[in-house]
Design a protein around this ligand. Structure first.
Ligand code: NAP
Length: 269
């Protein structure tokens, strides 16, 4: 599979899967050809993801495993300790370790320092952030001396993320798209439906292709083999410039579907 900044161009999300559901979804996806799996301390499924990785029969170096440090573990007391626990859950060092949500502005530098220490300690091959605004991303990039390779953010046709994408590209940072299907809502948008009918492809493939064609890496969650297979098929075709524009035109700066109290009012800063 093509990679961007060393990250496979499509991954499997695992929130909110737990227990056997998480285990079997990861086994199923790897069997179908997925090599990039996204988990987090917050999801409570690292143990099952780790077991699926161990049992899947694919060499660990063929896989790309991402986890994220829980917002409650960003302080100096818990950062490395919680990361060590994640690594034990996942059966070894990860490929990419992210800060799940930005800390208070005054803490961004020290948190990025801890992330870099986790890398120097061999807990992860690469580091990144999640839910960082353009300003926060520039700060993290500068503090890390360019070591941040990715920002995982909400990204789908209903949300205009053009400013963030342009900042990330300038910095050489790739965006990963979480909730890439807007949890299903993006599939019903007019241009998506029209293009889907015309190209005779599912609306989900049109949305994922629109994301990938901008150099963004989607991580759709599914526990259904037919959907997992269809999502992979988005790697195999191209949308015309007109179709790309038609979908981009529906994005709204207020189009978020994932809301959290602690980020309210910080998105545009
Ligand atoms: N960094 C963060 O703060 C953050 C926040 C949210 C999410 N995430 C990550 O991003 C991943 C994906 O986001 P998400 O789960 O919120 O939303 P999503 O991937 O946009 O939507 C998941 C929903 O879409 C359905 N689906 C998947 N493929 C489909 C297809 N081909 N056709 C029709 N329906 C399809 C799934 O149902 P079925 O199982 O029935 O297919 C599921 O209900 C999460 O699992 C998590 O790993 C990160």
């Amino acid at each position: 599979m093509k990679t961007i900044n060393g990250i496979p161009a499509l991954g499997l999300g695992t929130y909110p899967l737990k227990g056997n559901d998480a285990y079997y979804a990861v086994r199923m996806a790897i069997e179908l050809g997925y090599r990039h799996i996204d988990t987090a301390q917050m999801y409570g499924n690292e143990v099952e993801v780790g077991k699926a990785i161990k049992d899947c029969g694919i060499a660990r170096q063929e896989l790309f495993i991402v986890t994220k440090v829980h917002p409650h573990n960003l302080g100096s007391d818990h950062f490395l300790e919680s990361t060590e626990k994640s690594i034990a859950n996942l059966g070894g060092p990860v490929d990419l370790l992210l800060i799940h949500w930005p800390p208070a502005d005054s803490e961004i530098s020290s948190t990025v320092d801890r992330l870099m220490l986790a890398k120097q300690s061999g807990f992860t091959k690469a580091i990144g952030v999640s839910n960082f605004t353009p300003r926060m991303l520039r700060d993290a990039h500068a503090r890390s001396g360019g070591e941040i390779i990715c920002n995982q953010v909400e990204f789908h046709p209903l949300l205009d993320q053009s400013e963030l994408l342009s900042t990330a590209k300038q910095l050489g940072i790739v965006l990963e798209a979480f909730s890439p299907l807007a949890r299903g809502a993006a599939l019903w948008a007019d241009p998506v439906q029209e293009i889907s009918l015309r190209l005779n492809r599912p609306a989900s493939e049109i949305v994922l292709r629109w994301i990938m064609q901008q150099g963004v890496i989607p991580i759709p969650m599914t526990s259904k083999p037919e959907n997992a297979k269809s999502n992979l098929a988005a790697l195999e075709f191209e949308l015309s410039a007109d179709d790309m524009h038609a979908i981009s035109a529906i994005g709204d700066r207020d189009g978020r579907i994932v809301h959290t109290d602690w980020m309210t009012g910080r998105w545009d800063s």
